[in-house]
Design a protein around this ligand. Structure first.
Ligand SMILES: *Cc1c(COP(=O)(O)O)cnc(C)c1O
Length: 349
């Protein structure tokens, strides 16, 4: 990042630019014209790369953003009278402006609490058995976010336990993978081990937060759910006519391994920041830093002072508090400057 880039962004991983591998691939795709609406050579190729990466013959689709990916995937996983069980802090519940309900023509989200932003099998069961009459929207889908909205992770055992509960009640499992790469990196597990091998039916895999300009992949491991999905995307205004410019940067991420390196770097930066802030007087760690975000609570005057100093961060995400998110291009210099500012305002040395 240029040193004259101010203000100083730690608000989200989407404040970062395009990573070099993705940009190079984008420029390469611009050298020759190609067919529109996904009939180009890039789109086919990247869909095959996803199948190789996941070691599974899944159906692959591309949309512009994560809200569309989640909303359309969920709409395909149930009917309008069904319900989707998710955590009360889930992005689909708190940050998609009713998109999942809108695109599913009314499927209701049923929320559950749970420590560290995670659903539990018991929480899911409670919502399922609460009612079984015709007046209650029939539970059909469980939606998990990996890594979660508060920067924590579901391990394989937790995912398997949730799948077992889903099997008990014939529920489908959707994964919001806005930070799926960060989860793979942190858990040191292959994409397959965190998805179809633990019974995930559909994954929304974010490229934007990993280093693209835009673009999310929707992977259906349960291929039946992908029936007519292309029409759903088109109707929703999510069929890019120059789809090759979403696909090509993805190819850059996947073929170079940057998707994982970017995530590993972001996670390492978050750990560095968490360590630098831990134990400072007035700083309270809110969640374990398992992926690429750090949640702390700070005195109000410190929050205001940091904002005045040009730091950008959100305070409305998840459970409140200050959220700092690291990304593929976050530097230790930037984090050192933040830690120094936090120490200065809190009078710590
Ligand atoms: C960023 C994010 C999304 C996608 O958001 P868009 O702004 O629609 O791309 C989805 N889920 C989670 C958990 C996110 O953090």
């Amino acid at each position: 990042m240029r040193s004259d880039c101010t203000p100083r962004f730690l608000a989200s991983d989407n404040t970062s630019g395009i990573c070099p591998e993705a940009l190079e691939s984008l420029l390469e795709a611009n050298r020759c014209d190609d067919l529109a609406y996904g009939n180009d050579t890039w789109t086919d190729k990247v869909a095959d790369r996803f199948r190789e990466l996941f070691d599974y013959d899944c159906e692959v689709f591309f949309v512009f953003n994560g809200t569309a990916a989640n909303s359309l995937a969920l709409a395909a996983m149930g009917r309008s009278y069904h319900s989707v069980i998710c955590h009360e802090l889930a992005h689909i519940e708190t940050d998609e402006c009713g998109g999942p309900e809108f695109f599913s023509n009314g499927a209701k989200l049923l929320t559950s609490s749970g420590d560290h932003g995670k659903l539990t099998p018991e929480g899911i069961e409670q919502l399922v058995i609460k009612r079984s009459d015709i007046h209650y929207p029939k539970p059909r889908v469980v939606s998990l976010t990996q890594a979660t909205e508060v920067g924590t992770l579901y391990d394989r055992e937790e995912l398997l336990a949730i799948r077992a509960m889903a099997d008990k009640y014939d529920l489908r499992v959707h994964m919001d993978g806005a930070r799926f790469a960060n989860a793979c990196a942190a858990l040191e597990l292959a994409p397959a081990e965190l998805t179809w091998q633990v019974g995930v039916d559909a994954l929304c895999f974010s490229g934007t937060k990993n280093g693209l300009a835009m673009g999310e992949a929707i992977l259906f491991f349960n291929r039946d759910l992908a029936e007519d999905f292309a029409w759903r995307c088109k109707q929703a205004g999510q069929l890019a006519s120059k789809m090759r410019f979403i696909a090509a940067p993805w190819l850059g991420l996947l073929e170079s391994g940057a998707w994982l390196r970017n995530a590993e770097h972001a996670n390492a930066m978050a750990r560095y920041l968490a360590k630098g802030l831990a134990g400072l007087p007035g700083v309270e760690t809110m969640f374990p830093t398992q992926a690429n975000s750090v949640f702390v609570s700070l005195p109000t005057m410190a929050v205001e002072w940091l904002r005045d100093r040009g730091w950008t961060f959100y305070t409305f995400i998840g459970a409140g508090g200050v959220r700092f998110v690291c990304s593929w291009n976050t530097t230790t210099e930037l984090l050192d400057a933040l830690i120094a500012d936090v120490k200065a305002v809190l009078g710590a040395s």
